[in-house]
Design a protein around this ligand. Structure first.
Ligand SMILES: Cc1cc2nc3c(=O)[nH]c(=O)nc-3n(C[C@H](O)[C@H](O)[C@H](O)COP(=O)(O)OP(=O)(O)OC[C@H]3O[C@@H](n4cnc5c(N)ncnc54)[C@H](O)[C@@H]3O)c2cc1C
Length: 557
């Protein structure tokens, strides 16, 4: 079979011969209920269109015209040819353009792989509100290109330099000084709008010549030991694609997890017939954590205009700690928007959902925080509506790799994390970066199963720790009064994750992880490690400079 991996809108085309295999396709548990209409909308032009419409998108996006984005920008030099595997580039198909999928795609493209992403939706999702990217993931993003995407993410992040923990009445119990983090951990914490961050990661992928094919839903996998494949559906036609490796990053509600590694796990959502694939409803109850989230996002004009609430737009995050609950408020997008997340035990709220369009009246939240800090209550009144988001919790999947050894699941698809870990996006980015290093170190096509096995055994303990830390953080914040803890003990527990460098750790551990597995005598080819390290450009990124306003006193409230 012959297929083209083409660069959308570009005259450059790579044609590749791939032998078709007779491996039986894995069946879909349920047929694709709601095919997405194929779209001509490309990642880059849709992001720019959104920027023009909302005028809240980052400046990097608006500096590119639609015309220039239909071609990779001139500055996007093709990655250097891959030298040690074979003459022909290795190819990867990535399923899902979320944080895990985009990071894997960028990491592999930087190592010289030819990468295609297939994404079900028609463009970068605007859903979500505040997403935290820890210093552990931000340091990886800083290495990309000349650091432009990192700079843009920082520009739209909350830059107040402090995270305040408060009691319900608003008295400050403890302040975490985030200004120290770049010096301590090599990067700041980025807190911004999920959709805007995703748009920037998509742009970085395009700059690395990743082919992003939108409105393509994966409906079947071909778990071949030789050349794994998948079938995508664009609403009209099915198409079969093959590659040297398939990286599946289809998120929390992964259908692929059920198909490839975990047939006993039910899919919790399904697309509604006759509407877009983003409409969702439960087909079976998700595993409950006994906690759920009330969350909202609003433009901040009313909060800024009120002298009693304007202080909330100073760029700092604030968390109010209540009885078995906590509420975090963070200004986003240079203070133009503000979000809140209220995590509490399920019994306090009405029915929870995973559909971003099921808005509920804000009066329900106001009832729950009656008697709390009156400036917080005034601010919450400006939201109008909120979303009661179902907060699920489950352990990581036991297996991440297919029986054929060349398809792997990463990110939320195999290890959804609780919001109180503040590491969902960060662990997804670490996964993508670490997987790319494993595949680059492992030794060509034949090395793919080895790379996936080593990746799985290195990443499982790390994400299990993040899951545990999230539960501990919640417990610490929710019980501080009943357990008589001192306010000075209300630490941001997750900060212990920020030292970690997923790319360098993978480089250091890969060979011995393989040897401790089922290949005790395997040795990495001479020079391979330094070649991979050089492509990571660890030392080449520019110095961080002064990120925070100098001499600014810590906020008191
Ligand atoms: C709608 C939404 C909003 C969120 N909002 C927040 C937030 O505000 N704050 C926060 O901290 N965390 C939020 N999260 C969680 C956070 O984004 C995740 O923890 C993190 O991004 C994990 O990344 P991922 O790449 O593994 O999965 P995701 O980011 O969920 O990405 C999965 C991608 O796969 C695509 N996909 C799914 N099935 C298929 C298929 N069959 N074929 C092709 N593509 C497919 C999806 O469209 C999606 O783009 C949100 C998650 C979602 C889904």
């Amino acid at each position: 079979m012959k297929f083209n991996i083409s660069l959308r809108g570009s005259s450059k085309k790579r044609t590749k011969e791939v032998k078709e295999e007779k491996a039986p396709p894995l069946p879909l548990a349920t047929p694709p209920d709601s095919p997405t209409k194929a779209s001509t909308f490309s990642w880059s032009s849709s992001t720019v269109a959104a920027a023009e419409q909302e005028s809240t998108y980052p400046s990097l996006l608006s500096t590119f015209s639609k015309a220039s984005l239909s071609e990779p920008p001139a500055s996007a030099a093709a990655p250097p040819p891959f030298s040690f595997h074979s003459d022909q580039k290795l190819s990867a198909i990535v399923v899902g353009a979320g944080f895990a999928g985009l990071s894997a795609a960028i990491g592999l493209a930087r190592q010289g792989w030819s990468v295609t992403i297939v994404e079900r939706s028609g463009g970068p999702s605007k859903h979500g509100d505040c997403l935290t990217i820890g210093a552990n993931a931000a340091k990886i993003i800083r290495r990309w290109g000349g650091g432009e995407v990192f700079d843009e993410m920082w520009q739209i992040s909350a830059q107040g330099g402090a995270w305040l923990m408060k009691d319900e009445k608003g008295e400050t119990l403890r302040t975490e000084d985030l200004r120290d983090f770049p010096a301590l951990y090599g990067a700041p914490v980025l807190q911004g709008h999920r959709g805007q961050f995703l748009g920037l990661l998509g742009l970085e992928a395009r700059l690395n010549l990743v082919n992003i094919r939108l409105s393509m839903e994966v409906v079947r996998y071909i778990d071949s030991k030789k050349s794994p494949g998948l079938v995508v559906f664009d609403g009209k036609h099915e198409e079969t694609l093959f590659a040297d490796v398939i990286v599946v990053a289809d998120g929390f509600n992964s259908k692929s997890r059920e198909l490839i590694v975990d047939s006993s796990r039910p899919t919790f959502l399904r697309p509604q017939p006759s509407t877009s694939t983003l409409d969702t409803s439960f087909t079976s109850p998700p595993p409950t954590s006994n906690y759920s989230v009330h969350r909202g996002l609003v433009r901040s004009e009313a909060i800024r205009a009120n002298p009693r609430t304007a202080y909330l737009l100073d760029g700092c995050s604030r968390t109010w700690l209540g009885d078995d609950c906590h509420l975090t408020m963070t200004p986003l997008d240079k203070g133009r928007q503000i979000s809140f997340n209220f995590i509490h035990s399920d019994f306090r709220g009405g029915p929870a959902t995973l559909d971003w369009r099921q808005r509920r009246p804000i009066s329900e939240v106001l009832e729950l925080i009656e008697g709390w800090d009156d400036t917080l209550v005034e601010a919450i009144k400006t939201f109008g509506t909120y979303l009661h988001w179902a907060k699920t919790e489950e352990d990581a999947a036991e297996r991440w790799t297919s029986a054929g050894g060349k398809i792997i699941l990463i990110g939320d698809a195999v290890h959804p994390l609780p919001p109180s870990s503040f590491q969902g996006g960060s662990q997804a980015i670490e996964d993508g970066a670490s997987l790319a290093v494993c595949l680059a170190l492992s030794g060509g096509r034949e090395g793919v199963p080895r790379a996936l096995r080593a990746f799985e055994s290195m990443r499982k303990p790390r994400v299990a720790e993040a899951l545990e830390a999230g539960k501990q953080q919640r417990s610490l914040w929710h019980t501080w009064r009943s357990t008589g803890r001192l306010a000075s003990h209300l630490d941001l527990l997750i900060a212990k994750f920020y030292h970690y460098d997923a790319e360098l750790q993978t480089l250091a551990m890969f060979e011995r992880t393989v040897q401790r597995g089922d290949e005790p005598s395997w040795a990495m080819a001479e020079g391979r490690k330094s070649e991979v390290l050089a492509k990571l450009q660890v030392d080449k990124h520019p110095p961080l400079g002064e990120l925070f306003e100098q001499g600014k006193p810590r906020p008191r409230r």
